[in-house]
Design a protein around this ligand. Structure first.
Ligand code: HSE
Length: 430
């Protein structure tokens, strides 16, 4: 019979209660497969009255008692956000406890600092659940693909926005209604703005970059566009043209830097990423030896996230340290962005010559159009509508300049929207 390892929880919400359930449901399987056994001894919660079932776990509202308990060997941080997570995780590591976290904000912003504290104190800090929910991405990139130069990572890493886009496309739900469903299902962040404005995706992309490229990008500096700019019309027009819109994170070695962005993009409807539905995530990783790999599965939710968290806890209990986390991060840079086809939506007033003025400006910037359509609604003497254009490959900087010029036209009725069409013709390196 294996020794029982004591766990302390910082946070006992959706994922915390999932972890309690998983340890209990799979106890025998875990013992059979890994010969380890766990007991959750202590949990720090915000409000003692809100805990429905404590399952014999001692509860408190500050971490002091948990940190003083010698029997707590592994601390699992499930608070989210940086404050107080940074302070409590640092204290845990400094008091000689291993830490497992699902917190992407914390790792994206303070990963290097915390890993150094962990190394200085001879303990480990693991974060498998921070990207891709239940998909074992972190250790796969860090360990399984260690023999490769990773050239690119591209994919869907936010369950909430993928769920919203799926519901908007398949059930014609409005954006707000779809977001409410994602919140009710427990996929969304406590502040769902972080999901829909792309900040959560940028943090995950920053973590993927540290693993894949040994570099560090401040997630707030990654070019980022949220799904909150999209309308039902964008989704329908994309479908008409043979595409689906997905929230994409992309990083690729390009011209001595990285082509790096987070945006809703158009994907050909027969591509595997286009068929990733609901809260599922998927990541394409290109390694110079292995070629292209695709990882797919539930990217958010109580038990999938608990599965990743518990895998870290078990890894700490059974294995020797991973060394790759302590390499020095290189400071590279974001390269000029790669040229791409774009879908452009331009809200206009129905004035004579407006479409001609738009196409003239695009022509002056050498932007060539491959498809165009317009939908105008008349309202008495006036009218308004949308021009929708698909461009041939264009430098994004050039397109931005043209759109800036067009934006100043008095015939425009709102902000132009430009979405990248992802270049995914199978494996384009072959
Ligand atoms: N809010 C996140 C998502 C949770 O929807 O993907 C998992 O990181």
């Amino acid at each position: 019979m294996s020794e029982i390892i004591g766990i302390g929880l910082l946070g006992l919400g959706n994922v915390g209660s999932g972890l309690v359930e998983l340890i209990s449901t799979n106890r025998e399987h875990i013992q059979d497969r890994a010969d380890v056994n766990f007991k959750i001894l202590h949990a720090v919660v915000k409000d003692l009255n809100k805990v429905r079932q404590s399952n014999g776990i001692e509860l408190s509202t500050t971490p002091d008692k948990l940190l003083a308990e010698d029997d707590v060997k592994i601390v699992v941080e499930l608070l989210g956000g940086v404050d107080p997570a940074f302070e409590w995780v640092s204290k845990s590591l400094k008091s000689g406890k291993h830490v497992v976290t699902a917190n992407k904000s914390l790792i994206a912003e303070y990963g290097d600092e915390l890993l150094k504290i962990a190394a200085d104190n001879n303990v480990r800090l693991l974060y498998e659940a921070s990207v891709g929910g239940g998909i074992p991405l972190i250790r796969t990139i860090q360990d399984g693909l260690i023999a490769n130069e990773i050239e690119s990572v591209t994919g869907i890493v936010n369950g909430t926005t993928n769920y919203i886009l799926t519901k908007m496309e398949e059930e014609n739900l409005g954006y707000a209604e779809a977001l409410k469903l994602a919140q009710a299902a427990g996929f969304a962040e406590p502040d769902p703005t972080l999901d829909v404005n792309g900040a959560d995706v940028a943090q995950k992309l920053s973590i993927l970059c540290r693993l894949a490229f040994s570099t560090h990008y401040d997630s707030t500096k990654i070019p980022c566009q949220g799904v909150d700019i999209l309308t039902q019309d964008d989704i329908s027009v994309a479908e008409e043209f043979g595409y689906r819109i997905k929230m994409i994170a992309h990083a690729e070695i390009l011209n001595g830097g990285h082509d790096l962005w987070v945006e809703p993009a158009l994907i050909p409807s027969d591509h595997p990423l286009a068929n990733v539905r609901n809260e599922n995530n998927a990541l394409l990783v290109y390694g110079n030896a292995v070629g292209e790999l695709m990882f797919y599965g539930k990217g958010a939710g109580r038990l999938p996230t608990a599965s990743a968290v518990l895998s870290d806890v078990i890894e700490i209990a059974i294995a020797s340290p991973l060394h790759t986390d302590m390499v020095e991060r290189k400071r590279i840079g974001i390269s000029e962005l790669r040229s791409s086809n774009f879908y452009v939506r331009l809200p206009i007033l129905d004035k004579p010559g407006v479409i001609g003025k738009i196409t003239t400006v695009l022509g002056e910037h050498q932007i060539s159009i491959s498809h165009a359509s317009a939908a105008i609604r008349k309202n008495g003497d006036s009218g308004f509508g949308q021009v929708r254009i698909i461009t041939h490959a264009v430098d994004p900087a050039k397109l931005n300049l043209a759109l800036k010029e067009i934006k100043g036209f008095p015939e425009m009725s709102g902000e132009p929207v430009a979405l990248r069409i992802l270049e995914v013709n199978g494996d384009r390196r072959n």
